[in-house]
Design a protein around this ligand. Structure first.
Ligand SMILES: [Ca+2]
Ligand SMILES: [Ca+2]
Length: 210
């Protein structure tokens, strides 16, 4: 009986030991951090085109006007709080909290695998469409960090189909002639849908996800 108990304890010790070993090098989102370079209070909006010819995060537009650097710095750590180096860039990505920003396959992943400090960035232009004023969520292997970032998105791919085409032109035309402000068609982001948005849309006609 005593032996069986001892064996049981031994087995549990082995399992616990294996579990803590498995945690090393495995991202724990409660230990990770994501920050936006611009620390002011305003939200920022990033212009995306599905073919990647949108703006880099360094050229985001502040709500209310002016540009700001919305570069996201992500530090990936394991359950012990230790940085994870060489974490694959394709396993860290961003989404809009409301799903409004629609990325092409692999189009919203980190710029590079983590360095020795567990650090990577989102700075390069995304391959994405759609529109959102909701917060940006950072995900590591599908697990979201609790802290979100005030980064919204707009795109001439208004419906987030992965291509800029006649459907987007029709949506824009409706929003342009409508009476209520439609953020999705404010692709030259200045809180009004007017003539200045048209060349931005026109310049991207035909652009599509790679
Ligand atoms: Ca579209
Ligand atoms: Ca506008």
């Amino acid at each position: 009986m005593v032996l069986r108990k001892l064996m049981g304890i031994f087995a549990i010790t082995l399992i616990v030991g294996a579990a803590s070993l498995a945690m090393a090098g495995v991202p724990d989102v409660t230990q990770c951090s994501a920050t936006r370079a611009y620390t002011g209070p305003e939200g920022t909006v990033l212009f995306n085109v599905p073919d990647g010819n949108g703006n880099p995060f360094t050229a985001a537009v502040k709500v209310g006007g002016g540009t700001a650097d919305a570069t996201i710095t992500l530090i990936i750590r394991d359950g012990a709080g230790l940085p994870i180096a060489n974490y694959p860039s394709e396993d860290a990505w961003i989404e809009s909290a409301d799903g409004g920003m629609v990325a092409c396959s692999g189009g919203a992943t980190a710029d590079f695998s983590t360095d020795v400090n567990g650090e990577t960035r989102f700075q390069n232009a995304l391959q994405a469409g759609g529109a959102s004023l909701a917060a940006t969520v950072v995900l590591i292997n599908g697990n979201a960090l609790a802290n979100t970032l005030p980064i919204g998105y707009n795109s001439p791919d208004i419906d987030g189909s992965g291509a800029v085409n006649l459907t987007d032109v029709q949506l824009f035309a409706g929003d342009f002639s409508g009476t209520s402000y439609m953020f999705r068609s404010d692709i030259w982001f200045d809180n009004i849908v007017n003539l200045s948005d048209i060349p931005v849309l026109a310049a991207s006609i035909g652009a599509a996800c790679p």
